[in-house]
Design a protein around this ligand. Sequence first.
Ligand SMILES: [Zn+2]
Length: 241
Amino acid sequence: MKEQLQMLIRLQELDSKIRLHDRQETSFPKEIEKIQREIDERAEAFQREVEKIETLEKERRQRERDLEAAADQIKKIQGRLPEVKTNKEYQAFLSEIDHLKEKMDQYELEIIERLDKVDTLQEALKEKEAAYLKEKEKLEARKKELTEQLNHLPDDLKGLKARRDDLEKKIPPDLLKRYHTLLEKRAGVAVVYAKNEICQGCHMNIPPQLFNQIQKCEKIILCPHCNRILVPPEKPDEAAA
Ligand SMILES: [Zn+2]
């Protein structure tokens, strides 16, 4: 009987792995997709930070061109001053020059403002980039790992199922039938360890007398609460409370 129980334990291990692999065939692609979304979102967020700086730089360059244009205009006006005939005309030119100088002051202010902002943002961007690249690397590694596992799943499953089929041939048909019925009724777990007088399937207490019988491995013993097949822990020292 001990040998049969051991085969049931192996069979349960294989069936649990097969169940896990089946679940992973659905869950891994979803997880990979989720990781990819996160990678994309982080890339976009980082790109937005870069664009913020680019916009400020663009504005600054525009203001530099405005500044140059205003200076050129002042020079032009000054060049025409000798041709001025009336005082009124002269005053108009001077007033135009003053107006342009005011504008130039404003442009200079705006240029300095943007230079300062770009400096601050660029400093922050260095830190953000380091954090982003680190996180991206982590996510890419996880994605690669999952993709590799996903690619191996069909072969792994085939191997596990072949081992299960071989093992099932060695188990007496009536015991195998009981196992399969339990497997179906108990969410894929038919054989569980009785550890510290507790059923590891339903986590209820096992009466001491029954617990002692389990250790002897003389017959199939079912949990009085969940009906699963109880087996002693593989390491003898785990049996004791
Ligand atoms: Zn139980």
